[in-house]
Design a protein. Structure first.
Length: 456
């Protein structure tokens, strides 16, 4: 099944237009989040950048910092201690803060920030749909089989299934709608950069995978750091090229090593150039955030909130056990050549962001959940569809409790429902990996590209 280039262009345009329209509607439906805690933190960070103040140096322009805190429209932000406000305003990596500063330089209004996040989330939605159509193999999943049984042709059923899954993961995703549209968040940009890096890695074009991959991998590391989990993908491809070079001519290995060094240099530059204006405070911030995210009591949408209530003395053992089980199953499957390297990478990402870190809302956890589904689907669309069900349940668990009028209900209840959905997702995903690693399934077969583009 092929799609013409003109069809691709129209499809991407329509997906972007619908996605952006959905986000504009959400912004207008939920004006109460114009000064939500997170967007006030983002705007505060941007205000410091615009004024030439180092966010990581709390002694830099103390009077300006105090004034910014006292002028915040959000009373919760005004009531923070100055030390706490300083911590929040410096709680992201330099590229992230410079992005906020760029938005503030254009307009420091909350609405402009919200529209900007919606714009990038809409680009993410386009990339999600493209990825599912382009990189999932032409094997129908359960919805496609049902559509075929209902009378659609196999090609029409496959296209309808993949488009529907892509829209459910992007344009109409309850997680992206709540965290990014209704509640302004910037995490979708991190997913966008990571998925762009993966798309470059999968490209057959030498220039795209090498230069594009190096740039987007570096940017995905620089924005929120989590792109670091994709490094083994590119190492594996570079190593494969060196291996082929050693098996051909003696002069080839030297060129392969030079290419590896060039890739590393470009990636390091894209990741590290943002650090130049700032001092050693970046490392201290990262260490503090990692410590707080893994040592405090579970909160927000962490899957450990409920276990910590009913098993106050044992939930940490369960957490460590689930972490080791997830990593162990993935590495065993890879060792037995039943699980591909990309599935291992996103599984380690999931283990870190969802299982080990215990204080994140669904916007942060979605940085792992969404790539897991997309890359699992590249190997097995049916397995991905099974994991899609708890993923959507987790999103709906947080969305439906806002009420018909858009007024938020008890925050703890809302996020607990999300945590339960994420817990179900992890269990289902672990079962999928176990089946692939120890039984009959194999997630390491090189899938055929499902929907090739055509210029005809």
């Amino acid at each position: 099944m092929t799609l013409r280039r003109k069809t691709w262009c129209w499809l991407c345009f329509l997906v972007f237009a619908v996605s952006f329209a959905v986000r504009i509607t959400a912004i207008k439906m939920f004006p109460q989040y114009d000064h939500h805690d997170d967007i006030e933190i983002y705007r505060a960070s941007g205000a410091l950048i615009v004024r030439g103040i180092n966010p990581y140096d709390f002694s830099d322009h103390i009077s300006v910092r105090t004034l910014l805190r006292e002028q915040s429209p959000n009373p919760d932000m005004r009531n923070l201690s100055q030390a706490r406000w300083d911590y929040y305003a410096s709680s992201n990596l330099p590229m992230n803060l410079l992005f906020f500063g760029a938005l503030n330089a254009i307009s420091d209004s909350p609405l402009f920030h919200r529209y900007a996040y919606g714009f990038f989330d809409s680009l993410l939605c386009v990339l999600i749909v493209w990825f599912v159509l382009r990189h999932w193999p032409a094997v129908p999943g359960y919805p496609g089989l049902a559509l075929s049984a209902a009378g659609l042709s196999s090609n029409a059923a496959l296209f309808t299934e993949r488009l529907g899954i892509g829209l459910a993961l992007g344009c109409f995703s309850p997680i992206l709608f709540k965290n990014g549209a209704a509640i302004p968040e910037d995490k979708g940009i991190q997913i966008l950069l990571m998925l762009a890096a993966v798309a470059c890695y999968l490209s057959r074009s030498e220039r795209i995978w090498f230069w594009g991959g190096a740039v987007f991998l570096g940017l995905s590391i620089a924005f929120k750091g989590l792109g670091i989990f994709l490094v083994p993908l590119f190492v594996s491809r570079l190593a494969a090229q060196r291996g082929r070079a050693i098996g051909t001519a003696q002069v080839q290995p030297v060129r392969a090593w030079k290419r590896s060094l060039a890739f590393t240099a470009v990636c390091a530059a894209a990741a590290g150039v943002w650090l130049i204006p700032f001092g050693r405070g970046v490392a201290a911030m990262v260490g503090t955030r990692l410590a707080l995210a893994s040592t405090l009591q579970p909160q927000h949408a962490s899957l450990w909130v409920i276990p910590s209530i009913y098993f106050p003395s044992g939930w940490k053992v369960l957490r460590l056990g689930l972490l080791l089980a997830t990593l162990g199953v993935a590495f065993v499957g890879y060792w037995q050549k039943r699980i591909g390297i990309e599935v291992v990478c996103v599984t380690v990402l999931l283990a870190f962001v969802v299982v080990w870190m215990i204080n994140g809302s669904t916007d942060r956890q979605n940085i792992a959940l969404l790539p897991v589904i997309l890359l699992l689907g590249r190997r097995s669309p049916r397995a991905a569809f099974v994991c899609l069900i708890p993923y959507l349940l987790a999103g709906l668990g947080g969305f439906v409790t806002h009420g018909l009028q858009g007024q938020a209900v008890n925050f703890a209840v809302r996020e607990t429902l999300e945590g339960l959905g994420i817990f179900l997702f992890v269990i289902v995903y672990l079962g999928t990996l176990s089946r692939a690693s120890f039984f009959s399934s194999n997630l390491n077969q090189a899938p055929a590209l499902a929907l090739e583009s055509s210029t005809a």
